[in-house]
Design a protein around this ligand. Sequence first.
Ligand SMILES: [Zn+2]
Length: 272
Amino acid sequence: MIIDCHTHLNRYVESQPVSLAERYAQLHADMDANGVQHAVVLSSYTINADRPSTDELLALMEGDARVSVVAGVSVPHLGSDQVMHLRRLLETRRIVGLKLYPGYQPFHLYDRAVHPVYELAGDFDVPVMVHTGDTFNPKAKVRYTHPMEVDDVAVDFREVTFVLCHMGNPWFVDAMEVVYKNENVLGDISGLTLGTFEPRYERMVTGKIDEALAFINNPSKLMFGTDWPISDMGSYLAFAAKLETTDDEREGMMWRNAARVFRIPVQEQADG
Ligand SMILES: [Zn+2]
């Protein structure tokens, strides 16, 4: 059983298909080719020709049990309209989490303006995923993406589960402390390369995640994710296979933690 907890259907580069339906078909093809049973698809903080809205994704994926949707939140536009819309999607369980993009959008997680997001997550028991670390876009401001930013809100909103995406790359040490110390914080290991891993870099990053695994020493804390299509799924699984884990840590990382946090019903498939 493998759950990829972090994928996108955005069009990042011109070589990707223009149509959303084609990118969605490509995701399924890559899942099949790599034995990935379930993917969590994250919508963006912005909507344009290359970045579909949460509603577009939901319409496209209606009835597809192999994907779940996490809604990207646009913090500068976090008025009552957006909050009400998210609340409706959560009430009907059409989305399984919320995603914040500090850095891409310049805001601090602790800013009062963001609190409605944590209140929603608490009300509906869904995780808040947070981009941390290096950004795909050099115009983003990385001081907002430091993993320590997650600690503030993890402490103030104990009932909310936070996912520190990309393990703060390259601030792995800070990320591992925030994940280790806070019961309500997990890390995802997605997005640590563009495309396929280059051997020297893969050795470096494998060492970093091995250190995090050893320091955290808790099988319920890390999740496998790729950041597909930014990162190649096959190369990512090969990287994950090289990590030094206990059997419990591997099972937790590859699917069990994501199934629990996003409430993805996979138990039958896992047993079958
Ligand atoms: Zn991502």
